[in-house]
Design a binder for this molecule. Structure first.
Ligand code: RUB
Length: 333
């Protein structure tokens, strides 16, 4: 694609990598909060690298437009705006060359820190797992799997009960990753979770966002699992690096829960079979597909981060340290 063919956003040139990344995040080719943050930072670096801006102001406008496009893809995982904010705040310099260098360096630092944070939290989380323990997982979380990987590296035998996770079956990815680590896996449908909780020593999940009151926003079904786990006396451990902390919740904002396409739940053929008509033609059949839910802090035992383990009610202390009072979105200025 030549420079003149490139898509533009309000007259600003957007690099093809940014367009591709935004599309892949929206379609869930790239999914999971950490992977989304990593891809977004990489896309901003690609934008900086590809920029043909002829002034510092034009360069900054391009980066803001690219960040804005990435931001619009999925609303719930706060790792995405946290990544964009981090990279944009590191843009420094009065000329294009310096701005380009600083932006790319900052994106690279973000990606390195992301990986290091996951390793560190994995080691913290592994301390909670004893030799012979069984974890029950929901969805696919690289932060949660890092805890299992570190425990296995420590020589502990860990087994897993893996919830399938409808409608997109991210449990299959979890099962694959765990088997690659040599962890024995029992795959169950979501509805079997309560029955199998008696065989589990921990519920181990990730997070898309953590609110200041310690609420955990994660894949739909997490809250029901946590309530059942509490009733069964199984501790719930959330593995979440600090970029999952949602700064806006410190000032009373709530986290938007993404509603996804109904065809993820009911495809066109199944819809026809039920109603006899095409999707959208029977107003009385409504399919809702929320992608995430909110687990209140009272159902969570520990949030494991790269800064250590927190009871959910104390996570706000970490958030104050990390974010101070600033929660502005630099791509909106
Ligand atoms: C993924 C999901 C994961 C978190 C944490 O949802 O809910 O538990 O994103 O993942 P989706 P990670 O599949 O809809 O993106 O620990 O890898 O950041």
């Amino acid at each position: 694609m030549t420079t003149t063919d490139r898509p533009t956003d309000g007259g600003v040139e957007i690099a093809p990598t940014v367009e591709d990344t935004a599309r892949d995040i929206a379609s869930m080719e790239i999914r999971g909060a950490a992977a989304i943050a990593d891809a977004a930072a990489a896309a901003l670096a690609a934008q900086a690298d590809a920029s043909s801006a002829d002034s510092a102001a034009a360069f900054r406008a391009e980066l803001r437009a690219a960040a804005s496009q990435l931001y619009e893809t999925r609303p719930t995982a706060v790792s995405l705006p946290n990544a964009l904010r981090y990279v944009l705040r590191g843009m420094e310099g009065g000329d294009v060359a310096t701005l380009r260098r600083s932006t790319i360096r900052r994106a690279e630092a973000f990606r390195r820190d992301l990986e290091a944070a996951q390793d560190t939290l994995g080691r913290v989380g592994a301390n909670r797992l004893r030799d012979g323990d069984v974890v029950m997982t929901h969805c696919h979380s690289t932060d949660a799997l890092a805890c299992v990987a570190a425990a296995v590296e420590d020589g502990k035998h860990v087994e897993a009960i893996v919830k399938e996770t409808r409608p997109r079956q991210q449990g299959h990815i979890t099962a694959r990753d765990l088997r690659e680590m040599g962890v024995p896996v029992t795959l169950i449908v979501d509805n079997a979770a309560r029955r199998y909780l008696d065989d589990a020593d921990h519920v181990l999940v990730g997070a898309d966002s953590i609110a200041a009151d310690g609420s955990v926003i994660n894949k739909i079904g997490t809250s029901g699992l946590a309530v059942n786990a509490r009733e069964r006396g199984v501790p719930v451990m959330v593995a979440a690096q600090s970029i999952k902390c949602h700064p806006d919740t410190m000032t009373g904002h709530t986290v938007e829960i993404e509603m996804r396409d109904e065809r993820e739940v009911l495809d066109v053929a199944a819809h026809r079979e039920i109603t006899g008509v095409e999707p959208g033609e029977d107003a009385e059949l409504v399919v809702e597909n929320p992608a995430f839910d909110v687990t209140p802090p009272r159902h969570v035992d520990a949030i494991v981060t790269e800064h250590g383990q927190y009871p959910p009610e104390s996570i706000v202390m970490l958030m104050r340290e990390l974010f101070g009072e600033t929660t502005s979105d630099p791509w909106q200025t």
